[in-house]
Design a protein around this ligand. Structure first.
Ligand SMILES: Cc1ncc(C[n+]2csc(CCOP(=O)(O)OP(=O)(O)O)c2C)c(N)n1
Ligand SMILES: [Mg+2]
Length: 324
């Protein structure tokens, strides 16, 4: 991989990290209502996979979705504006953290329903194939989603119809507080192979490995060779949700957290770059996130009288005498 490519990956991971650290602070302070599921620690997965995509490709994401959305090219200002519930957000502040979407960038949405993105991604892949395009779809989900029926049905249809979708399982070893060995029978990649998907497992803390293995699988999808599955071994450095950080409640062994923190994907890649290059990127990214925070804080809040807008299409009587 060229130095230039490494710097691009570093910048993208750093942008997600800086964004998420700022969000975590804002959530704990009560500025982001409802809190967030922090992605910190898992950046190499979103960045490595999305580094192989064009603007025309699609992704579906999860409740822990900010990293995927940013890696696909979303504007951090509009994402943060969405999290603050303002009109400048992608979805006019109505989706929030777990439903952020930017259809023009192929971001078909984060999703609060565990496993649901797999079905949406399979549908989008069916459309891409039907149109005869070479667009691909990436469907991100966690180890917990591997035991959701809808995802297994999506594997089945994607395989039968030979659809251009790459299923990316971020195995961070936990579904909330449930350890993966207590929630997932067998092995994720072998399970996918059982449906006829080509499956690989990579070190999800190594962005270069993720980028190259995902690249091979995405190329197969573009060549119409059918769906694939990529399991990334990764770890979230913070608790499942910001509320647990706020309450100081944790379910994991502190030694386990410390040992994974030593494998921080951003520090590992930064060691391969010059100190000057790292400092310059870090400074630039910090400026972009400062700008996003200012933008979102100054964005207009919605008008309460518009609360029922966008709920129905066309003229619908929501109650006698009230037409939207
Ligand atoms: C269908 C459904 N069941 C349960 C939940 C509650 N829930 C939210 S996140 C989560 C854990 C998901 O774990 P995993 O898929 O491994 O993703 P991670 O949080 O580790 O990123 C659960 C059970 C939900 N949102 N949707
Ligand atoms: Mg998990």
């Amino acid at each position: 991989m060229t130095r230039e490519h490494q710097m691009t990956l570093y910048r993208s991971m750093k942008l997600i990290r800086e964004f998420e650290e700022r969000c975590l602070e804002m959530a704990i302070a009560g500025e982001i209502i409802g809190g967030i599921h922090p992605y910190i620690g898992q950046e190499a997965v979103a960045v490595g996979v999305c580094s192989n995509l064009t603007e025309r490709d699609f992704i579906t994401s999860t409740h822990r979705g900010h990293g995927h959305v940013l890696a696909k090219g979303a504007d951090p200002r509009r994402l943060l504006a969405e999290l603050l519930g303002t009109l400048e957000g992608f979805n006019k502040g109505r989706g929030g953290s777990m439903h952020a979407a930017d259809i023009e960038l192929g971001i078909l949405g984060a999703n609060g329903i565990v496993g649901a993105g797999g079905a949406i991604g399979t549908g989008a892949a069916w459309v891409a194939k039907d149109r005869g395009s070479s667009d691909v779809v990436i469907s991100f989900f966690g180890d917990g989603a591997m035991s959701q029926g809808v995802l297994l049905e999506a594997f089945n249809l994607a395989a039968i119809w030979s659809l251009p979708v790459l299923f990316v399982c971020e195995n961070n070893m936990y579904a909330t507080s449930l350890k993966v060995e207590s929630g997932l029978a067998g092995n994720a990649a072998r399970r996918a192979e059982g449906f006829g998907l080509v499956a690989r497992t990579v070190d999800g803390m190594d962005v270069e490995s993720v980028a190259s293995t995902a690249g091979e699988l995405i190329e197969r999808c573009r060549e119409n060779k059918g769906p694939a599955f990529l399991e990334c071994s990764t770890y979230r450095f913070f608790e499942h949700h910001s509320i647990l950080e706020q309450l100081g409640v944790g379910f994991r062994d502190p030694d386990e957290i410390a040992s994974w923190r030593k494998r921080d994907p951003i520090l590992s890649l930064g060691k391969q770059l010059s100190d000057a290059a790292v400092a310059e990127i870090d400074e630039d990214v910090k400026g972009k996130i400062d700008e996003a925070v200012d933008f979102a804080r100054n964005a207009a809040p919605p008008d309460p009288k518009d609360a029922l807008m966008y709920l129905y299409s066309g003229e619908v009587a929501v109650r006698p005498g009230v037409i939207l």
